[in-house]
Design a protein around this ligand. Structure first.
Ligand code: KIV
Length: 253
């Protein structure tokens, strides 16, 4: 499969669903590039699941650039989306400069959180494709819980998605909203929607690789755990340590 362009991704609206997964480093990038994914997201979730911080706000542009470079070295077949970290898109000029450094590091497009239309328009105006992100916005959320559960907040999220769509994003992540709201947004916008904890009625889905592969003992409730690599790692390394300490079997003269 050849790498999808933002135009290819837009054309999947209402068609075959888009499969997106995060990756943060070279070994996982090499592996997931062989899996027929449509998009790989170097998400700022790496602050939490890869670097052990308690918030995605803990990392900045230099760290994201470092991880995007590592992923790019391992990916030749899949579109790489580089997440813009908190504090890197406070105004349109800063947003363009930050997006340009993520593209220079190897991203094919960038993603940012919220309906920051002037920033989105400026980045797109500079020739860089943008993925939007509505619903739960971890960079500014006080706690990680379902969003859009009241009529007012649901209307606000729908309006955010519409504004991003009108600004020209090529896809929109919808995170942690009720299934019916995600379906309503998906029907209302021209860009394909990619859900996480948002039901099945979106144009695609994204998961965090750490959750999917069970790389840590715990994962959020919405995670699709398809392997338990944490247990396998502990078992393999413990067996290795035991074998190294085992006294050598005496050899007969
Ligand atoms: O940073 C990330 O991994 C994300 C996804 C949860 C969409 O933004």
């Amino acid at each position: 499969m050849s790498m999808l362009s933002p135009k290819d991704i837009l054309s999947r609206k209402g068609g075959e669903r888009l499969a997106m997964l995060t990756a943060y480093d070279y070994p996982s990038a090499v592996a997931v590039d062989r899996c027929g994914l449509d998009l790989i997201l170097v998400g700022d979730s790496l602050a939490e699941v890869e670097l052990g911080h308690s918030s995605t706000r803990a990392i900045g542009l230099a760290e994201m650039v470092h991880h995007v470079r590592a992923v790019r070295r391992g990916v030749t077949e899949t579109h790489v989306v580089a997440d813009m970290p908190a504090g890197s898109y406070e105004d349109p000029a800063q947003a363009v400069a930050s997006a340009a450094s993520l593209i220079e590091a190897g991203g094919d497009s960038v993603k940012l959180e919220g309906a920051l239309v002037p920033q989105v328009e400026a980045i797109i105006g500079a020739g860089i494709p943008v993925m939007g992100h509505v619903g739960l916005l971890p960079q500014t959320a006080i706690s990680y819980r379902k969003q859009g559960t009241s009529p007012d907040t649901a209307a606000q999220i729908l309006s955010d998605a519409r504004r991003l769509d009108a600004a020209g994003v090529y896809a929109i992540v919808i995170e942690a909203v009720p299934d019916d709201l995600a379906a309503e947004i998906t029907a209302a916008v021209g860009a394909p929607t990619i859900g996480i904890a948002a039901g099945a009625d979106t144009d695609g889905q994204v998961q965090v690789i750490t959750d999917l592969l069970g790389l840590l003992p715990d994962a959020p409730g919405h995670a699709e755990r398809r392997a338990d690599l944490f247990s396998q790692t502990v078992r393999a390394v413990a067996e290795y340590a035991e074998d190294v300490r085992r006294p050598p079997v005496p050899t007969l003269e």
